[in-house]
Design a binder for this molecule. Structure first.
Ligand code: GTP
Length: 309
């Protein structure tokens, strides 16, 4: 007689052994280290990390499967407090939608600081949510003795289920976060295969990797409202042919991206191609050009066509 539950065809953990699985949203103001934390948790580069604020516009899902639990992470965009246009409205909406729909929230802040922007993000987390306060960047704290009084002050803000100080970048105390979070997930079967790290398509990952290169290599010259659109993605055996457009808001921005004699764009696409070949473990042909779509950041329809919700 087969003892397995009829649905347990994958051989993964069933309900009976107390396995837990749930959705976790990582929220916090721009630049607190949400992407770095996600990457550290899932141990692989999926989301993009950059020293510039607001680099994560899409929802990125990372999956961590441990012996006792499966965490399905939903990384949310940074909060917009300065620019008020359609792009920012769309991002804030995404945050609220995500929070209404998850089992647990990691509210990330920077050690030693608590700004008005942090307060605004906290204000959007529903009262009913279970929240772990993640105090990131503890490696930057010069005076470690300040951590305890700081934590005591934060306790006044809300009844956090847990408070975990850590360093996402240095990989310190990440285990404590996983340990604290595990019992807070609902009992249930894994939602994804154990070796899955993301449910995003290769097409999406290609656009994220290209966007990261744009952020890194344009630096301070990065035009506001830049976006990447994958126009064609073909797979032929071990070769992927990717045709991508970089969308800019103003004609003047086009030459900034292309650079003198095309040098900048050449470097951006060649660095992106090298990383994509590693990610896909195969050959990549990447063609990138720049398109001007005036006012796209203010046009909700254009946003939808680029995949923003
Ligand atoms: N010293 C230190 N720096 C960190 C740590 N975690 C992240 N950082 C840095 O903080 C900066 C922002 O990190 P991100 O992970 O891009 O931050 P984010 O919250 O995802 O930012 P947005 O995408 O803008 O919302 C980067 O330069 C990281 O290297 C940490 O534990 N210690």
């Amino acid at each position: 007689m087969n003892e397995q539950h009829p649905d347990d065809s994958t051989g993964m953990h069933g309900d009976a052994d107390g396995f837990r699985a749930g959705f976790v949203a990582i929220v916090g103001r721009p630049n607190v280290g949400k992407s770095t934390l996600l990457n550290r948790l899932i141990g692989q580069k999926i989301s993009i990390v950059s020293s510039k604020a607001q680099t994560t516009r899409h929802r990125v899902t990372g999956i961590l499967t441990e012996a006792e639990a499966q965490f399905v992470f939903v990384d949310t965009p940074g909060f917009q407090t300065h620019h008020r246009n359609a792009l920012n409205r769309s991002m804030n909406r995404t945050v609220s939608q995500v929070l209404a729909d998850v089992d647990l929230v990691f509210f990330v802040i920077e050690a030693g600081r608590f700004s008005d922007d942090d307060r605004k993000v906290l204000g959007v987390i529903p009262e009913s949510s279970k929240v772990i306060l993640v105090i990131n960047k503890i490696d930057q704290l010069k005076d470690k003795a300040r951590l305890l009084p700081y934590i005591d002050e934060l306790r006044q803000l809300r009844d956090f289920t847990e408070i975990v100080p850590l360093s996402a970048e240095k990989g310190r105390n990440i285990d404590s976060l996983i340990k604290a979070a595990t019992p807070l997930l609902p009992v249930g079967r894994p939602m994804f295969e154990e070796d899955a790290v993301t449910d995003r398509s290769e097409r999406f990952l290609a656009s994220e990797f290209l966007r990261e290169k744009l952020f890194r290599l344009l630096g301070d010259e990065l035009p506001y409202g830049i976006a990447v659109e994958i126009e064609k993605f073909e797979v032929e055996g071990n070769l992927r042919r990717i045709f991508a457009a970089v969308i800019v808001d103003k004609p003047g921005h086009k030459s900034m991206v292309i650079g003198h004699g095309g040098e900048k764009l050449k470097r951006i696409s060649s660095e992106a191609r090298v990383e994509l070949e590693k990610l896909f473990d195969g050959k990549v042909y990447l063609e990138v050009w720049v398109k001007v779509k005036s006012g796209w950041a203010d046009d909700e329809r254009a946003l939808k066509s680029l995949g923003y919700e």
